[in-house]
Design a protein around this ligand. Structure first.
Ligand SMILES: [Zn+2]
Length: 124
């Protein structure tokens, strides 16, 4: 498999996910505002719509969403659903992974580690 093909490959097992992806999937992303771009001006030349890009400082995911100022509500309202671009090692191929399933996987890993430590302790 070429390097490029391997880079694009999604994980097929939870164990293949990156450490950062597992941490973000378990406890949520560390979003930081990366950039804001104004998209539209009103007839008076004032900015009225923006694209907001958030980046996760842990896994590198990017969340893009557009907002418009509502003169009626006096606030920003979303005008698009958020789009998220996930980094390599974040997504599982062909299926979703719930937080509950991930938590159970981590629990099982912890149990295995404890068992190994007990075995090592007995051997020593
Ligand atoms: Zn993240």
């Amino acid at each position: 498999m070429s390097v490029a093909a391997r880079r694009k490959r999604k994980a097929t097992e939870i164990s293949e996910l990156s450490e950062q992806a597992i941490a973000c999937r378990e406890t949520g992303h560390w979003w930081r505002r990366d950039r804001v771009e104004w998209l539209k001006k009103n007839p008076k030349g004032r900015n009225v719509a923006e694209e907001r890009v958030l980046v996760c400082d842990r896994c590198g995911a990017e969340r893009v969403q557009t907002f418009e100022i509502s003169p009626i509500l006096n606030r920003f309202v979303p005008i698009s659903s958020p789009r998220v671009r996930y980094p390599e090692g974040y997504l599982l191929k062909g299926r979703r992974l719930s937080r509950a399933e991930l938590m159970y996987y981590l629990y099982q890993q912890q149990q295995k580690s404890r068992q190994i430590l007990r075995q090592v302790g007995r051997a020593a």
